[in-house]
Design a protein around this ligand. Structure first.
Ligand code: IPD
Length: 292
């Protein structure tokens, strides 16, 4: 299937703006019934309504492109090599439910299981991130402003190891079992002093949205984002934006974001003239041999 990446990006941006209006107008207390894993894995009626709007618009405009969305995903679904939209209608649902104004719609296109177009939009800040593989990544703060190329710094500085990094992390929904134990262990080691076996990063941040964490790393506003337990729709759009901004995405399964894969560990590192590989190696040591 041949696809026009620019036409796809234009439509994804138009959809993101429509979704933004729906999200701002929605009532976040309308929690939907669903098959989520536990009481902190929340889905609202707005998540479902936005995904419906997105899939309807995309299937009428690009019927040849497959679709995978967070709210309609069923165990057993695979991300194939054919062009596929990978969509999270509201990434940061917990923030949305609490009226914490930091969530987004995350719209990606995967081709050959690689992120090829990414659009992320935070309607509270009217903040848009876009990228097409090979054509650069951009951030637009306010619809009438000029898009800025990412990273925002003209000359990003070198990465001097975890000890000098601002690191984004997320708790995610797993609150017991091996995934929870891994997170607690990694967070402790990141924060702890060198004397107690830690890397003592400058600090840890949690924006509450995987996609916005990745976008911040792409912009160069944070150095690293790590999460154990992300889904394809959390990372697909951000992945292209990050790479086009000179960043790298390392993962337990390199280059692969199949929702059915064993390891769903993702590590995003910002663009830098040096120090990217070293920080990835340092991070894998923090994780030890505990893959998910
Ligand atoms: C979640 C958010 C959260 C992250 C989870 C994601 P959702 O997405 O991005 O910050 O920790 O791993 O699944 O449920 O809000 O779409």
């Amino acid at each position: 299937v041949e696809v026009d990446l620019q036409a796809i990006q234009d439509e994804l941006v138009a959809i993101a703006y429509e979704a933004g209006k729906m999200i701002l107008a929605a009532n976040p207390v309308d929690i939907a019934m669903g098959s989520k894993i536990n009481a902190v894995d929340i889905v609202t009626e707005a998540d479902q309504a936005v995904e419906k709007m997105v899939s309807t618009r995309l299937s009428s405009k690009f019927p040849e492109v497959s679709f995978m969305g967070e709210e309609t995903y069923k165990p057993g679904m695979k991300l194939g090599p054919e062009p596929t939209f990978v969509v999270d209608p509201i990434d940061g649902t917990t923030n949305f439910v609490h009226s914490f104004p930091n969530a987004c719609i995350s719209l990606g296109l995967a081709v050959e299981r690689r992120s090829t177009v990414g659009v992320i939009y935070n309607p509270w800040q009217d903040l848009l991130f876009t990228a097409i593989k090979g054509r650069g990544a951009f951030m637009q703060r306010g619809k009438s402003s000029t898009p800025q190329r990412l990273p925002l710094a003209k000359t990003p500085g070198p990465l001097n190891g975890l000890g000098e990094a601002l690191v984004a992390i997320e708790w995610g929904a797993h609150r017991d079992g091996p995934n929870y134990d891994l997170k607690v262990d990694v967070f402790r080691k990141l924060a702890a002093s060198k004397e107690t076996g830690g890397s003592m990063v400058h600090s840890l941040r949690s924006l509450g949205s995987a996609a916005l964490n990745i976008a911040c790393v792409a912009a160069g506003e944070m150095d690293v984002y790590w999460e154990g337990g992300c889904w394809a729709w959390d990372v697909c759009a951000g992945w292209c934006i990050l790479e086009e901004a000179g960043g790298i995405m390392a993962s337990g399964n390199p280059g692969n974001f199949d929702p059915e894969m064993d390891s769903r560990v993702y590590l995003a590192v910002r663009g830098a003239p040096s120090g990217q590989k070293e920080i990835v190696e340092e991070f894998w040591k923090v994780m030890g041999d505990k893959a998910l």
